[in-house]
Design a protein around this ligand. Structure first.
Ligand code: SF4
Length: 65
């Protein structure tokens, strides 16, 4: 079952943990917001990284669904 990752920009305050810790999933855009690099996640390890990013995000702005 594939998963997708989304970032709520209304909540995000650009702390940077997601793209610094998980450059395989996120990159920083010109404004400092994260951009999700992976559309559908099929890989279990990558899904775990996404869940870790969501848990660590101080703004609770990352969702894995
Ligand atoms: S960790 Fe959360 S608050 Fe920080 S840049 Fe990523 S989405 Fe935004």
């Amino acid at each position: 079952m594939s998963r997708s990752v989304t970032v709520d920009r209304e909540k995000c305050y650009m702390s940077g943990e997601c793209y610094y810790n998980h450059p395989e999933l996120f990159r920083m855009d010109d404004e400092g917001y994260p951009v999700v690099l992976v559309g559908e996640i099929e890989d279990a390890a990558l899904e775990q990284h996404a869940r870790e990013a969501a848990e660590v995000c101080p703004a609770a702005a990352i969702r894995v669904s």
